[in-house]
Design a protein around this ligand. Structure first.
Ligand code: ADP
Ligand code: MG
Length: 700
């Protein structure tokens, strides 16, 4: 039979139908190719042989030469265990089996030299080794053996059914024999040369049977590069196809709205970063392709004005625009903020949220369909099918990480042609992660805060310092400042949190009595209208203190508020803390963030608090967050699939990722259809991958 990499695993000598079934079920290995791509988790040094009297209680895996001198069954609570006395010239130890005893009993030979390998335990004054790997010394000598032996991923089922690591190594060896270890090259000569990569065949051989540490390192580099390269190739290609196939609305004109606003009504000088990002957006909108852009910018970096000026580009070309926010509070705030600008420019602006009354809603629907409303701001309510635009040219999504992919794509279908899309986020994800997860979006970054911002002073205080904190609050209020006090609200313990919030509110009310002080409270259990009312009072400076849950986390903008007190700060995640802190520091005054915690802190909590005190850079904080929580958690389950890489690690291998992305881009730029002969290997591999196993169908 003609062996190819797609040959079912059953055909491999030593596999057979039962083992093949297990491999399929347990490790998803169906073909030769799948088996080769089962990369080891780690390697162990098998050049060293221990003597029994050298064993230490903390040595992990050891290899010993000796003989079995005795074999007995010992009854235990349930069933029995099989115990062998094992001896070398320095002492004795025990080998123990709790399962598979019949097979062992039949196979084992007494008084013959064996090499045993495994982890040792210290039990009853003696070392023992449960379920050792065993090999007759004669066989051991004959076997092809590299100094570093691969340890493969396994499952309980596999080891129960006798498919040990040794068996996997054996069939891997068989595979290399069957294929003569020759595998088609998957990268171009250029790339191989440029990065001094091992050939595919050498890399595969050395990942499974490393000859030296150095070769292992090079094998790993090569395979990581390849994995990341093909993911990036796919993403970049997707983006290109998207641009050539999906015609977008072309906003040719730079018209009166934008010009007038820019010349006469701009409330402040834009930062250079804002200007650059606006140019990037302008270039997208003025091209024929649909815009799909992610705008990242730290809290307070001024994304809103960029969003607004982008809508003006749409309006200047007689299109409508919408801005969708994740919470009602935020939508209202955007609405209030933009109302001013729109009045001076004579723009019809409206808001639609879950609590918009039916009669108002009907009117909105009508005015939206006949094109009277030029900008619509709102929440998820915008996504309802009833909401139809006359010609939606630009959709902006604020705090996009709070929306799912599905929700975003719904916006696409509001028109015949999809609108241009700008998604904004203040939860910066590190660039490398952005490139993998959103590699098919274009990325703009506002990496500069407006001038004159004083860095927020952040401190960590324990609960027993509360009186001092109260005093500080009073001083700040006396200076005319306003203060947020935030309590955690976590779904699982909602009632308990709610009680904390109310207790806190009471104690603050006692400490800050009327009529000298006024306090607002906002939490999730309130009716939207009451929330707005309280928010508005705080916004209008009718109250000094806002006691709230995390509902104020995103976007709320009250420049006069200069103190953020976060209660039980140890219970918040890093990005959440950073978001909350971003609510202050928006005016010209010195702002403060006080993180209150109990004395009991986990290591992770300590790291989070220290990071907050040390850094105000959202990107740096995101990196720490990523390290603490892992990428899957940050992106949510929805996108975590992208991080299921076979060998590369999105965080640790970011340098390789950058190189791979760079190469993928330049190759596609030169040769978008991969038709040059030098790219043949790449084209073939790409096709194969798409044919047999779509490793990236998780990318939206
Ligand atoms: P975010 O990026 O967090 O959404 P906002 O758009 O809410 O930030 O802006 C934060 C604050 O900074 C607002 O009060 C806004 O008016 C102000 N702002 C934005 N850009 C500038 C600028 N270039 N100069 C001065 N203030 C600015
Ligand atoms: Mg914002």
């Amino acid at each position: 039979m003609n062996i190819t990499l797609q040959t079912p695993i059953d055909y491999l000598k030593g596999v057979g139908p039962n083992r093949a079934d297990l491999l399929r079920k347990e490790l998803d290995i169906h073909t030769y190719q799948d088996l080769i791509n089962l990369f080891p988790n780690r390697y162990i040094d098998r050049t060293h042989y221990y003597k029994i009297n050298q064993l230490q209680r903390n040595t992990s895996e050891v290899q010993i030469v000796g003989e079995i001198i005795n074999l007995k069954e010992v009854a235990q609570k349930r069933g029995k265990r099989l115990v062998a006395e094992f001896r070398d010239d320095t002492g004795t130890m025990q080998l123990v089996w709790f399962r598979g005893q019949k097979w062992i009993k039949e196979q084992l030979r007494k008084n013959k030299p064996y090499v045993i390998f495994g982890k040792t335990n210290w039990f009853n004054g003696k070392f023992n080794m449960p379920h050792p790997e065993l090999e007759l010394l004669d066989d051991h000598k004959k076997n092809l053996r590299s100094s570093m032996q691969a340890v493969y991923p396994s499952t309980e089922q596999l080891s129960n059914k006798g498919i040990t690591n040794k068996v996997i190594c054996k069939i891997m060896q068989q595979l290399f024999l069957d294929t003569k270890g020759r595998f088609a090259e998957t990268l171009s000569k250029n790339i191989l040369q440029k990065h001094q990569l091992l050939s595919k065949s050498d890399a595969l051989f050395n990942i499974h049977f490393p000859k030296t540490q150095e070769l292992l390192g090079r094998a790993q580099f090569r395979l990581k590069f390849e994995e990341l390269f093909y993911i990036q190739l796919q993403l970049v290609l997707k983006n290109m196809i998207h641009k050539s196939k999906i015609r977008g609305f072309n906003f040719e004109k730079v018209g009166d709205y934008l010009n007038t606003f820019y010349k006469h009504h701009l409330p402040f000088e834009l930062t250079n970063a804002q200007k650059r990002v606006l140019r990037e957006i302008r270039a997208d909108l003025g091209s024929n392709a649909q815009m799909n852009r992610l705008l990242q910018g730290d809290v307070g970096s001024g994304k809103t004005i960029v969003a607004f000026m982008s809508t003006l580009m749409a309006l200047d070309n007689d299109f409508q625009a919408c801005l969708m926010a994740p919470t009602e509070i935020l939508a209202i705030q955007h609405f209030n903020g933009l109302t001013e600008y729109c009045k001076t420019l004579n723009i019809e602006l409206e808001i639609l949220t879950g609590s918009t009354k039916t009669s108002k809603r009907r009117e909105l629907h009508k005015r939206l369909e006949n094109g009277e409303i030029q900008i619509l701001i709102g929440t998820h309510a915008l996504l309802e099918d009833k909401v139809k635009f006359k010609n939606l040219g630009l959709a902006i999504i604020d705090e996009q990480h709070r929306f799912g992919v599905k929700q975003r794509s719904k916006l696409w279908h509001k028109n015949e042609l999809p609108p241009n899309v700008l998604v904004m986020t203040a939860t910066p994800i590190p660039r490398t992660l952005a490139m993998s997860v959103y590699g098919n979006l274009d990325l703009s970054i506002i990496d500069e805060l407006p001038a004159g911002r004083k860095p927020i002073k952040t401190v960590h205080r324990y609960d027993n310092n509360r009186l001092k904190v109260f005093r500080f609050m009073k001083d700040e209020i006396a200076k005319g400042r306003q203060i947020y006090v935030v309590y955690p609200l976590i779904q699982e313990s909602e009632t308990m949190d709610y009680k904390d919030l109310m207790d806190g509110y009471e104690s603050i009310s006692r400490e800050f009595p009327t009529p000298n002080y006024q306090i607002s409270i906002v939490h999730g259990k309130m009716k939207p209208a009451d929330k707005d009312y309280e928010m508005q009072r705080f916004f209008d400076h009718k109250t000094n203190i806002m006691v709230a849950t995390t509902v104020i986390e995103v976007g709320v903008n009250v420049p006069n508020a200069s103190v953020m007190i976060i209660e039980s700060a140890e219970r918040f995640g890093l990005s959440q803390l950073h978001q909350l802190r971003g609510r202050v520091g928006r005016g010209a005054e010195q702002s403060y963030c006080i993180l209150m915690t109990s004395h009991k802190l986990s290591n992770d909590s300590k790291t989070r608090l220290e990071t907050m005190v040390r850094s105000s850079d959202g990107f740096e904080i995101a990196e720490v967050d990523l390290k603490l929580r892992g990428p899957g958690d940050i992106m949510g389950t929805q996108q975590s699939g992208v991080l299921n890489l076979r060998i590369a690690d999105i965080i640790k291998d970011r340098d390789i990722l950058e190189q791979a992305r760079h190469d993928a881009k330049s190759i596609l730029k030169l040769d978008p259809s991969l038709s040059l002969s030098e790219h043949k290997a790449i084209l073939n591999t790409y096709r194969e991958m798409n044919k047999y196993r779509n490793i990236w169908n998780y990318i939206s």
